[in-house]
Design a binder for this molecule. Structure first.
Ligand SMILES: C[S@@+](CC[C@H](N)C(=O)[O-])C[C@H]1O[C@@H](n2cnc3c(N)ncnc32)[C@H](O)[C@@H]1O
Length: 206
């Protein structure tokens, strides 16, 4: 994808056809919530969900009493889907339409969450940009939770190539300031019945 605007248009289109047309769609963000529990995330913790799109993680966090939730995506259409679903509760969320790789965070977060975004970065340059943003948006003690396609997962998603990771592979990409906390594997069932193996991995910044 050549530019941010082309990438935004690609993802806006992906969000324009209904929940059941998106392979990554899930009714509940169970895997994310399980990892948050394993990392002892509490409602007082600030959370940024990067590349969140229309994910229902934000609904679950608000229901659990989180009051400092930021949801970022390059796709305004993805975020609008979540906003509409939440109704008035959407006012309790900080919504950011941004290209994550160009984002300059103005504060830090206790929890960084990324489900199925990092794996779209297939060059060292893009991964380097991502890691610089991750570092700017977190502080020592912050937790970062990732879900990526596993080594035996799909090679493409939404028509785009992806990189696939084990938990050790993700740890190798992060710098030595990120200590592994928990990991796991999920067999995500898409709305059209395919099974996609995911790697979950959480790290704490020291
Ligand atoms: C496979 S979807 C996953 C969405 C969400 N995390 C979930 O679990 O439902 C990938 C998401 O990453 C977003 N995305 C891709 N590249 C991005 C970028 N450079 N900056 C911000 N968001 C991006 C897309 O718009 C899309 O919402």
């Amino acid at each position: 994808m050549e530019s941010s605007s082309e990438l935004a248009a690609h993802w806006d289109d992906a969000y324009g056809h209904g929940d059941a047309t998106r392979s990554w769609y899930q009714t509940e963000a169970d895997g994310s919530l399980r990892m948050f529990e394993r990392c002892a995330v509490v409602p007082a913790d600030s959370v940024v969900d990067v590349g969140a799109g229309a994910s229902t993680l934000v609904d679950a966090l608000l229901a659990r009493g989180h009051s400092d939730v930021t949801v970022l995506d390059i796709s305004a259409a993805g975020l609008d889907t979540a906003r509409r679903r939440l109704g008035p509760a959407a006012d309790r969320v900080n919504w950011l339409v941004r290209d994550l790789l160009a984002w300059r965070p103005e504060r830090t977060y206790r929890v960084w969450h990324d489900r199925a975004v990092f794996h779209f970065l297939t060059t060292d340059e893009a991964r380097g940009q991502y890691l610089r943003v991750l570092r700017a948006a977190t502080a020592p003690g912050s937790v970062a939770v990732f879900a990526t396609f596993a080594p035996d997962g799909p090679e493409r998603c939404s028509g785009l190539p992806v990189a696939r990771y084990s938990a050790a592979g993700l740890a190798a990409v992060l710098d030595a300031h990120w200590l592994p906390v928990a990991d796991g594997r999920e067999r995500h069932r898409t709305p059209f019945g395919a099974v996609q193996p995911f790697t979950w991995a959480a790290f704490r910044r020291c």
